[in-house]
Structures are given as structure tokens and as C-alpha cells.
Write a protein that binds this ligand. Sequence first.
Ligand code: ATP
Length: 238
Amino acid sequence: MTYLLEIRDLQVRYGGIAALRGLDLTLEAGETLMVTGPNGAGKSTLMKAIAGLVKPGAGRIDFDGHLVTGRAPETIAALGFSMVPEGRQAFGSMTVLENLRIGTGMRRDRLAVAADLEYVMELFPMLRDRAHVQAGLLSGGQQQMLVIARGLMAGPRLLAIDEPSLGLAPNVTDQVYEALMRLRRDRQLSLLIVEQSSTRAVMTGARMLMLREGRSVLEGDPRTLTADAMRQAYFGLE
Ligand code: ATP
């Protein structure tokens, strides 16, 4: 079995703090994986390690058949990994359209870029309506949609999104997830989504990997995992 993403025994430290303590993870092409777990579990560190933004102390990361552990972020992005960081980091003084164009990075395939621009505007019609508005003037939910769309403009094989629901009203989060699920259906795009709570994993029915204290503590189809098992893993109860 070859995986799109395969991580073995990943360890990351920040000085004296062990953020990841031997993490294993696999993701098949076309699959959606929800990574959940409490504050400080290591979820963002996992994403940053895949992206090449933090250097692992041990372990290996294979992406699309390439060993990428410790390689430069631009190299990993060029292989097709696109990350939407936590906190909706749109370029506030640039327009929506400018933000989307920046997302295309080094892509040279102009026709495919134009088709992707059309696609993200269909996925999030608000982007077309607000194309010439400064991103900083958008609501939180609209900015979240914009940064996801910007991540898509890179034409990724794997799109990783850190806490898309953070600070959003539940109905706005619903809209974001409806678009993500449509993306999964339309394009069979591989998704790695980080959320603290398991609620969205249960709703999407995607495979879930729960982290706590830098380790995987629970994995499986969230619809078949009992609420008790999830609670125990989340809080580290015996
Ligand atoms: P959250 O839900 O709060 O984003 P998380 O699961 O994403 O949490 P990480 O942000 O990966 O967790 O943090 C894992 C651990 O590493 C925590 O103990 C955190 O305090 C620590 N940590 C994260 N970034 C740094 C840093 N730049 N310097 C020092 N320690 C860090």
C-alpha cells in the first residue's frame, strides 16, 4: 500500500518541551483525515512539521513518494502540500482577488489556474461578489473561506487546514464544512483537517486521529467510536 502521506515515529521538540513524541499517521489519496485533540496536543506542530516549518528531531515524513523530513517549505509546497494556518491569515490590505492570485505561487499552468479560480468562486460565491473588496473588511467566516480558497489556488494534492471552525458561529462553520465536503466529492481532494473537538469529525464521517500530549490516543471511524471512548482519550482518563 502506498500512501499519499506516511508519517513514522515523528518527534518534535521546542527546547525542553516535547510537542510530538513518536507520532504515526497515514493518509490515502482522496481521503479526509480529521486530527483532533485538546489544547497543546501537538496538532499545529504536526501540520508545521509536514510543511517543513519546524524540524523534527526524529522520525520520517513521506509525501507522495518523496522523503520530505526536514526539507524546505517551498520544496514541500511544490510537491503539492498546501497549508491553511490557524487564525485566518488573509492579507488584509489586499483585495480578495489579489489574495487568491498570491495563492497560485509558482504555478505556470495558466489554464488550470483560471479553471481553479472559477471553481473556488463557485465553491464560495461570496468571493466573486467581493472580489475587489479588501480582505480585511470581510467577516471572520468570509476570511476563513478566502484562506481555504487561497490554499486551493496552489493546486494542491493535499490541503491541510488548521482549526477552520475557530471563532466562527456554528452556522458559519456549517457553511465552511459544506464547501469542504463538496470539494471532497467534486475533486477527490485529500484533506487533513485539524479541530479541537470531535464533533465535526463525527458529522463528516471522516476517519479521525485523536492526539494528546504529542501521541495518537485514538483512531478510527468516529461514528463507530463510542462517546465514552472519545471522552476518555481526550481527557486521558483510565
Ligand atoms: P492548540 O489547539 O492550542 O493549537 P495544538 O494541539 O495545536 O494546540 P501545538 O500548538 O502543536 O498544539 O503545541 C504543542 C506543544 O508545544 C504545547 O505544549 C505548546 O505549548 C508547545 N509549543 C508550540 N509551539 C511552540 C513554540 N513555538 N515554542 C515553544 N513551545 C511551543
